[in-house]
Design a protein around this ligand. Structure first.
Ligand code: FAD
Length: 378
């Protein structure tokens, strides 16, 4: 690496760092992106067929959709819910009992989706924190506990029966841990088509691949109006810095005191013959706070098995299970809480990623925001 001062160094090449890089590149900015890997929590199996991290995209992920190929649609009829030893699907007679609650939840979701789309637009030029604060409907949801929201709207039993299991499989959290914003955000798949996908990494990085350095940053210092960035084999300098790593790492450098709570999960990619309990539908959704969270049938004789803490005995679920790969997500995200963090940290430092709101599209937009700020100040 030449010993010179870059205009911008981005640390982290997950979707947020890559979005920032693409936008800076589009406007001919001088930058370097340093990361341990490319994709971050978009992690693919060796053969490229299974997504070990982010699993689905929504049809309204306008930015992210440019860099993915859609695979199969995930439909509500593909879900099988597990409660103790009972299994049930959505479209069966007992749903009638919960119909009025579902109608209420759908109305709330349509309203939320409209506001979220507006938030996405606004947060390309205003920090995500300020954009949420400027929208009283979304801000109040962020500051409210999901459990109070659910009680207030009298959708408790429908949530227990169905929604809590959907949320356990996507947020790896219990409803009691969530804020009302995340509760609604992670139910958007009920009102918006979602698809499994292949990440087109090469397409994403092609215009700036010569500006990527694979490596781990070990220290950052700010002195004489520039940043000194240390990796195992180099010391680099920049005027602007974009921290696009997990918040657990970047918070100290950015001087952030309070962050939302981390959520962990573990995943096993397993080949085997599914036993009866998990063979009814493609997606098995389990009850919080049980150890098993979800199982996805990838339709190629392999399954993704998500669990919370203890390594499960796979023989309870499969004949002849064979482990292809496993991954501990520590954390998978930091969505639970009411702490909104400002992206613009002053001194030309930007913090981007999914620390306020999780998800690929939301993370992408934080990257766009930081790049737009840098381009504007140029
Ligand atoms: C199991 C799981 C399932 C998910 N499912 C979905 C889903 O279906 N749909 C959806 O929209 N979202 C989903 N998400 C959330 C989504 O993946 C994240 O919100 C998003 O990928 C976060 O992107 P990011 O750029 O903020 O962070 P990351 O993707 O975590 O990127 C951080 C980058 O920083 C790098 N890095 C870290 N430390 C250093 C260092 N010291 N030096 C250099 N580089 C460093 C990392 O290697 C990584 O490349 C899921 C997440 C997980 C874990």
């Amino acid at each position: 690496m030449p010993d010179r001062t870059y205009d911008t160094i981005i640390i982290g090449a997950g979707i947020s760092g890559l979005a920032c890089a693409r936008q800076l590149n589009k406007y001919d900015q001088d930058f370097l992106i340093i990361s341990k890997d490319i994709g971050g929590r978009i992690l693919t199996s060796e053969d490229g067929n299974a997504n070990y991290g982010a699993f689905f995209v929504c049809s309204d992920y306008d930015n992210v959709l440019k860099y993915v190929t859609l695979k199969s649609r995930i439909r509500l009829r593909d879900f099988c819910f597990h409660e103790n030893k009972n299994t049930y699907v959505l479209f069966e007679p007992k749903l009638v009992r919960y119909l009025s609650q579902f109608i209420k939840a759908y109305k709330l979701l349509y309203k939320f989706r409209k506001k979220l789309r507006l938030l996405r637009k606004n947060s390309e030029t205003v920090s995500q924190k300020k954009a949420i604060e400027n929208n009283s409907f979304l801000y109040d949801l962020y500051m409210q506990k999901a459990s109070d929201f659910i009680k207030g709207h009298k959708i408790d039993s429908g949530t227990d029966m169905y929604l809590s299991k959907v949320l356990y499989s996507t947020t790896f959290s219990e409803v009691s841990e969530m804020n009302a914003f995340s509760f609604l955000q992670f139910l958007i798949p009920l009102v918006t088509p979602i698809y499994t996908f292949t990440f087109e990494k090469e397409k994403m990085i092609k215009p700036f691949q010569d500006k990527i350095k694979i490596g781990s940053v070990t220290d950052i210092k700010f002195k004489d109006d520039k940043y000194k960035i240390k990796t195992a084999d180099a010391i680099l300098y920049s005027k602007n810095i974009v921290l696009a790593t997990e918040i657990s790492w970047s918070k100290d450098f950015a001087g952030v005191k309070k962050v939302n709570s981390p959520v962990n999960t573990n995943m096993i990619h397993v080949k085997g013959i599914a036993k009866k309990e998990i063979s009814w539908k493609n997606y098995q959704l389990f009850s919080p706070p049980g150890n098993v969270q979800a199982v996805a049938d990838l339709k190629d004789g392999t399954y993704l098995f998500y669990y919370k803490n203890e390594v499960p005995d796979l023989k309870d679920y499969f004949e002849n299970p064979y482990i292809i790969a496993s991954k501990q997500w520590r954390p998978a995200g930091t969505i639970n809480g009411h702490n909104l963090i400002e992206s613009n940290r002053g001194n030309n430092m930007y913090l981007i990623g999914d620390y306020n709101i999780a998800g690929l599209e939301e993370s992408y937009i934080t990257g766009l925001y930081s790049a737009n700020q840098i381009i504007q100040s140029d």
